[in-house]
Ligand binder design. Structure first.
Ligand code: CA
Length: 717
């Protein structure tokens, strides 16, 4: 073995060796002649029987049921204290890292920011190949929530990547060479892809994002061999005058009012969750929010607006609609149901039930019968202010009067980032618990003063200023402790919390649970922690030097269990809540960290100097201009540059920008796109010269406030 390893140290030779080792490393692998085994040789038989091959992590949620539970137990509550760093690999990108790596046949396929794929030797971290799809940096304009990617899928020797710009790309698993690529969206529209594809019986399933901006959501299935489109399922109806694609769209259109197709297309993007039950022959997808969020604008006069915020069951071979359950009828708060879907078999009231579980943004934990979508139970997993409960007879939430902010602002909990977002949860059949990375804070929603639909940029249709943080620093400081996050162990049978771990801040990592009575989770403040799955007792931690949002995985090669995690701070919260990020001064260090028992690796020191230097020009704008600038900034700039012009530091803090000193220079960036190659696209089509001046004036005001704060800090005791 070691001789082979030394001699086959290049390219494919090494990978074949690694594949052999992986085949021999566990008893459950297919028994065919291993020399014929290619890389990423995943097929329906192997993926459906993933539990007999626990050494691999062959698809996004490990198995089609997406439980993120590993039967591996060499690393367990007794041994985890001896876990140490085996290897690390730097991605070389500096934005959010959200991906789940695939590990199969000895190779790890990880993704980093900008949809870059990294193939690594899963045992050593040695790079095998790297593929950069060359996404134009200006595409960042169409991302609500950072230029992230959540992972690839593998099937019969190929690796499938959904690139940020909407391409689906099939790579040779051995070399990273492109076998085929196809545009899955109209490139002229603000669609993006951040989610991981799934593969069912040779069809690659891929959705998209963009509902903040104005798109019509859909899921597509492509032939894995040829890249040919097999079917497409739209999640919201198009213009009825053009006819409907199917009966499901005709049914959905009855729940809409107005001319939503002229406001970007209704939204309802399928940007993350999918699960599959091979026995029932059903594919489950989670559908996102409306465009705009505000139903008063999107569908005047009301309506449930199917299939927004719904879980929809489809036939995987044809895309035919089977059933749906809508978590938030008439959604108006960005309450997506794209959050992680987990399938499990639970005994409820003495009867075995095939269930589907989801904790969508709206704050309720749902248990459905996955054969037909019947709601079995729903309870809130955090305190919610928009609804009192879910009525089990009607299956609908009972809303609190005023929560739709028709007449006056309403403080809604959870916020538009949800009580739980994309960060995967996990289900442990041994403890019967679901481990949820919970976000706990609210947001102020109000009707906008003058909504106008602007193609190509954010069109959420709520009041930007009233949705921002207070101007007063004292008030902002008082709010800080209210922005909370925790790990919650939830019992889906009793719909009650079993235990919780309160974190220092919000926006922590996804979870992994194992047969070793463990739950792993990374935190926003840079710790990778193992807890006992039954009681939530912290057993081990590792300082990761960077905020963590991605979920861990585990795999086994030659009898050695590895635990691996992609680290690197980023995503929506990191961009928007700059105020809270700067207070903690978190770096982004984008890396794979892989651990095993007995290893003692160390990370190189990080040099991190997050300070923003302010030297703004004199303020000459009127109060009226400043107010207009605040409104424009909140509508157009806030999503990337942060609430109240305080950046999360992944993207430049505009208050420190030299371009503030000259309107023409400012316009060359904001309106003409002088920095498009660094990710700042031209906004000249959406932002007028007058609006650009007002935004600049507002940022100058915020910079002077920062200067005053720094002075006060210097004279404070
Ligand atoms: Ca959204």
């Amino acid at each position: 073995m070691s001789r082979l390893h030394r001699n086959a140290g290049r390219g494919v030779g090494l990978m074949i060796f690694v594949a052999l080792a992986a085949c021999q490393g566990h008893g459950g692998a297919p028994a065919e002649n291993p020399t014929r085994r290619a890389l990423a040789a995943v097929d329906a038989a192997r993926l459906t029987a993933a539990d007999s091959e626990p050494g691999s992590w062959m698809s996004y949620g490990r198995t089609y049921s997406e439980q993120r539970y590993s039967p591996l137990a060499r690393v367990n509550d007794k041994t985890v204290a001896d876990l140490g760093l085996a290897w690390s690999h730097d991605f070389g990108t500096e934005r959010g890292i959200e991906a789940t790596s695939i590990v199969v046949d000895g190779v790890m396929y990880a993704t980093s920011a900008w949809s870059i794929v990294h193939a690594l030797d899963a045992r050593t971290g040695k790079p095998l190949w790297r593929y950069d799809p060359g996404v134009a940096k200006a595409k960042a304009k169409h991302t609500c929530c950072d230029v992230v990617n959540r992972g690839v899928a593998v099937w019969e020797g190929q690796v499938f990547l959904g690139a940020l710009d909407g391409r689906l790309i099939a790579l040779d698993a051995a070399t990273g060479a492109v076998n085929w690529e196809v545009a899955t969206v109209d490139a002229a529209l603000p669609y993006t892809i951040t989610g991981a594809p799934r593969v069912i019986r040779g069809k690659v399933l891929i959705g998209n994002g963009g509902a903040e901006f104005g798109v019509r959501g859909f899921l597509s299935a492509y032939d894995a061999k040829t890249g040919k489109l097999v079917w497409r399922f739209y999640t919201v109806p198009g213009d009825p005058a053009l006819g409907f694609e199917n009966q499901a769209m005709a049914m959905a259109a009855k729940t809409w009012n107005g001319t939503w197709w002229e406001l970007g297309g209704g939204g309802g993007t399928v940007w993350d969750a999918m699960a599959h039950d091979p026995e029932l022959d059903l594919l489950y997808i989670g559908v996102g929010n409306g465009t705009p969020w505000n139903r008063e604008i999107r569908s005047p006069g009301g309506g449930d607006n199917l299939f927004l915020s719904s879980i929809v069951a489809l036939r995987p071979d044809t895309g035919e609609y089977v059933w749906h359950y809508q978590t938030t009828p008439g959604e108006t708060w960005d309450y997506t149901a794209t959050q992680h879907i987990i399938l499990a078999d639970l005994e409820l009231d003495g009867k075995p039930r095939k269930v589907l579980m989801q904790a969508p943004k709206n704050g309720f934990f749902y248990v459905l019968d996955r054969t037909d979508g019947t709601l079995l139970s729903a309870e809130n997993y955090i305190g919610v202010t928009w609804a009192t409960h879910v009525d089990l007879k009607t299956g609908r939430p009972v809303e609190v009067p005023g929560a739709r902010y028709e007449d006056k602002p309403f403080l809604v909990v959870p916020s538009y980032l949800g009580g739980h977002n994309w960060h995967p949860m996990s289900f442990n059949p041994d403890t019967g618990l679901v481990y949820i990375p919970v976000l706990d804070f609210g947001a102020n929603y109000a009707q906008p003063e003058n909504f106008r639909y602007r193609p190509g940029i954010s069109n959420v249709g709520t009041h930007g200023i009233l949705g921002s943080l207070p101007d007063s620093q004292a008030e902002r400081n008082a709010l800080r402790p209210l922005i909370k996050g925790r790990l919650v162990a939830w019992d889906p049978k009793t719909q009650k919390e079993a235990w919780r771990v309160e974190h220092k801040g919000s926006w922590n990592g996804g979870t992994l649970t194992t047969a070793g009575n463990l739950v792993f989770q990374g935190t926003a403040d840079g710790s990778f922690v193992a807890y006992s799955a039954d009681e939530g007792k912290p057993l081990w931690s590792f300082p990761a030097q960077t905020g963590i949002v991605a979920p861990p995985i585990t795999y086994e090669i030659d009898g050695e269990q590895y635990v691996s995690l992609n680290v690197g701070w980023g995503g929506a919260f990191a961009l928007v809540f700059g105020e809270f990020v700067q207070a903690k001064s978190l770096p982004n260090v984008s890396r794979v960290l892989t651990f095993k028992l007995g290893a003692r690796g160390e990370l190189p020191a990080v040099d991190w100097k997050p300070a923003v230097h302010f030297s703004p020009p004199q303020q000459t704008a009127s109060a009226e201009t400043l107010q207009k600038g605040f409104a424009e900034y909140s509508d157009v700039c806030m999503g990337c540059h942060g609430l109240n012009a305080v950046s999360g530091l992944l993207i430049p803090d505009l208050r420190g920008s030299g371009f503030l000193h000259d309107q023409a220079a400012w316009d060359s960036v904001v309106r003409d796109g002088a920095l498009r190659d660094r990710g700042m696209a031209a906004f000249g089509d959406q932002v007028s010269p007058e609006e650009s001046r007002a935004i600049r004036a507002y940022v100058i005001q915020q910079a002077w406030r920062a200067v005053d704060l720094q002075k006060n800090a210097e004279v404070a005791p």
